[in-house]
Design a protein around this ligand. Sequence first.
Ligand SMILES: [Zn+2]
Length: 80
Amino acid sequence: MKIFCSKCSSLAAVVMAYDYTERRVWLDDMDSEFVSVHGYPMCDKHASRLTPPVSWTLTDRRNLVRPLFPEAIQPTRQAV
Ligand SMILES: [Zn+2]
């Protein structure tokens, strides 16, 4: 199943999730075991441009090494 960026029509590679009470936002790869079902899919371009609100903490947990054929990876979704 292909999942598209919530901001454009590109394929999503990243999931952005946040905790409003803790004022934290984090980025995970789509295939990460940490992906929240309440996250927002994003392409790499939009994820890299993401800036958290003032006084929020951004944690980037993406793997910097990308697979050669990302479309072959099926995302797994688990609650955090
Ligand atoms: Zn995008």
